[in-house]
Design a protein around this ligand. Structure first.
Ligand code: 5GP
Length: 117
């Protein structure tokens, strides 16, 4: 069962951040990394993650510094601009077992285009 109380540094996004497994980078800054989802549910499906270890949105919103949080949300706008998503997009974050979260490293899904979600 997914554990979003204790960060597990063997999760797949932790391995991506350590370059142990490859990813298609879309954007990066000091605090944030964004890459294409391996199983896209829309024409554009990007995963946006903090570089620091947070299990979920709950953990991030409770424990990340104001600087980290501000940087994270600003980065979403920068990614949308970089990808020219001028007509809008969808953001989702799944939290915990009942929220459908599979990877226990906080992430936003940014989706745009024909979506099956
Ligand atoms: P969650 O269900 O946790 O909100 O979403 C996890 C997302 O991670 C899924 O959309 C899934 O396709 C994506 N994902 C899982 N493993 C990998 C991987 O190894 N590489 C990439 N790029 N995405 C992955």
């Amino acid at each position: 069962m997914i554990d979003i109380k204790n960060y597990n540094n063997q999760n797949i996004f932790a391995k991506i951040l350590r370059n142990e497994i490859p990813s298609e980078k879309v954007y990066e800054n000091d605090h944030v990394y964004a890459f294409n989802d391996i199983n896209p549910q829309a024409k554009t499906h990007v995963l946006i993650i903090p570089k620091a270890n947070y299990c979920s949105f709950t953990d991030f919103s409770e424990n990340a510094s104001s600087t980290e949080q501000a940087n994270f949300y600003k980065s979403i706008k920068e990614i949308a601009k970089k990808l020219k998503l001028d007509n809008g997009y969808r953001l989702t974050t799944n939290i915990g077992r009942d929220g459908g979260q599979e990877v226990p490293h906080f992430h936003f899904h940014l989706l745009c285009g024909k979506s099956i979600l």
